[in-house]
Design a protein around this ligand. Sequence first.
Ligand code: ADP
Ligand code: MG
Length: 399
Amino acid sequence: MASLRTLDDLGDVAGKRALVRVDLNVPMADGAVTDDTRFRATLPTVTELADRGAVVLLLAHFGRPKGERRPDMSLSMVTRAYEQVLGRPVRYVGECAGPLAADNVLAMQPGDVAILENTRFHAGEEKNDPQLARAMAELGDFYVNDAFSAAHRAHSSTEGLAHLLPAYAGRSMEAELKALETALGEPERPVAAVVGGAKVSTKLDVLRNLVAKVDHLIIGGGMANTFLAARGVDVGKSLCEHDLKDTALAILDAADRANCTVHLPYDVVVAKEFAANPPSLRTCNVHEVAADEMILDVGPAAVEALADALKTCRTLVWNGPLGAFETPPFDRATVALAQTAAALTQSGSLVSVAGGGDTVAALNHAGVADGFTFVSTAGGAFLEWMEGKELPGVEALKR
Ligand code: ADP
Ligand code: MG
C-alpha cells in the first residue's frame, strides 16, 4: 500500500470538488434495489469526504448501455435508494461530463453529494477515451477511486482520470487491496487455496498462478472432476472437461515442481439425477462412481482431511464452491469447510480471504461470511487478481 495515496494523504479539501469513482451497479427488481451491499461499501469514503467539506461527485456505471442514453439504465433510478443508505441528501446530475454537469456542480456547496449520470452512456468510457476523461476531469479538483470491482477495466472513469488529476484510493479500495496483499502478496505460510466452481476452463490462469504461490491447493467442484478424469478416474456422467486432460496434468506437474500439495477429493457425493435430495443419492470412493452417476459434491471423509490441512495453515484464499451448493444436500462440503475456515479465523490462527459471485453466495448460505477475514464482492476483479494480473485501475493510482 506504500505506493498508493489514500484519503490520509489529502490536505484540506474544504470546498474542493472530489470526483469519486464508486460501484453503484446494484441488482434491481421491479424498480427496487434488491441488495445494497455496493452502496454500503461507498459509505466510509463518501461520508468522510463530505464531512471534510468536499463537494462529492460520484461517478459510476450501471448495466451495459454500450454508449447509448438508456432511461432503463439511468442512475436517477437509484438516487433515492442511495440517499436512504447514505442518510443525507443526494442530488442527481443528468450528465457525467460537459456543460450541464459543470453548471450543476457549480451550484453545489461544501459537503454536498451528487450522483452523476451513468458513465457508460458515453461510448468513450469503455474505450478509455482521453477526451471523455478530460471532460470529466474538468468537473473536479482531485480523483478518488473506490471501485475495486471495476479496477480490472481500463475505462475513462476507472483509469484515464487517474492520470489527469491528483489520484487517491478510497477507503473500500484500500481495505480490499490490504486484504488481498495479506493473502497472496506477502502471506504468512503455509498458504492454502480452495478453488472450486463449475469449470477448469474459466479458471485456468487462477490455477496456474496459485500452484506457484500456495503450499496447498484444494480443488473441488466440477473442476475436480476434470483433474480426476485426467488421472484416469472414471467420473461417469459428471460435469467434466475431458478435452483439458493435458492442461490439467500440466497444472498438477507444475504444482509438484513448486512443492504445492494438490488435494483432490477421494470420496464424493453422487447421484443419477441432478435434483434436490434425489433417491439415487450416495457417497462413495472416487474409484466407485458408476457410469450413470454424477459427482455433485466432495465427500465427508475428504472434507475432514481438508479441515485438518487448513488447521496447519496460516492463510487461506478461497474461490469457488466445492459442490453444487444451490441444491441440497450438495452444499454440505462447502458449508462444512467454510465453517472450519471461519472458526480457525475467529480463533486467530488463520487469515481468510474469499471472493467470487457464487462463492460469496455460498458463504452467506453457510452463514459464515462475517467469520472470514475479508470477503470480496468484486467478481471479475477478484478473479483477475487471483490470476496474478495487474489491475489497470489500481496501477493508475500508483505513481
Ligand atoms: P464463482 O462465481 O464463485 O467464481 P463459479 O461460477 O466458478 O464460482 O462456480 C459456481 C458454480 O459451480 C455453482 O453454480 C455450482 O453449482 C457449480 N458446481 C460446483 N460443483 C459442481 C459439480 N460437482 N457439478 C456441477 N456443478 C458444480
Ligand atoms: Mg460464478
